[in-house]
Design a protein around this ligand. Structure first.
Ligand SMILES: [Zn+2]
Length: 145
């Protein structure tokens, strides 16, 4: 289970909305200390994006991995916006930032312009066989406080 505060969720929606401007996808990463499951930071990567996808800048990513390692932190989940319905595209399936069993991916519909909530989000967890399992409820994997 990942523990996330309402404050982090609100910040995440703000990032997705502001960057996406109702016209482009955006992505953020939830991070926290590597030795527990508490999310205390929203990272907004340098990325390009369009209405139908996003690309994180390679150099930013390399530096991000280095800084995570140095500060003993890890990525708990990736969260990105879609133009309309929330689902995992083939690209989303194939290119998560972390491809480790149990990793959580969240997709927010309508460029995150709706209510700050995970009720209409797509939430999935990476299985050991490399396939994504969609979870019916956010509370299956998240503790919102
Ligand atoms: Zn963005």
């Amino acid at each position: 289970m990942i523990a996330v505060s309402r404050d982090v969720l609100t910040k995440t929606f703000r990032v997705l909305r502001t960057c996406g401007g109702g016209a482009r996808e955006c992505v953020a990463y939830w991070t926290g200390a590597a030795d527990n499951d508490f999310v205390d930071c929203v990272e907004h990567p340098l990325h390009s994006s369009s209405e139908g996808g996003y690309n994180v800048e390679d150099r930013w990513l390399t530096e991000f991995w280095t800084s995570l390692g140095q500060s003993r932190r890890s990525i708990k989940a990736q969260i990105h916006s879609h133009p309309a319905a929330a689902f995992h595209s083939a690209t989303d399936d194939d290119w998560p930032i972390v491809s480790q069993c149990g990793f959580v991916s969240i997709v927010i519909p309508n460029f995150a312009l709706g209510a700050v909530s995970l009720d209409n989000a797509w939430i999935g967890r990476l299985r050991a066989d490399g396939k994504w399992e969609q979870l019916p409820l956010a509370t299956d994997v998240l503790m919102l406080s």
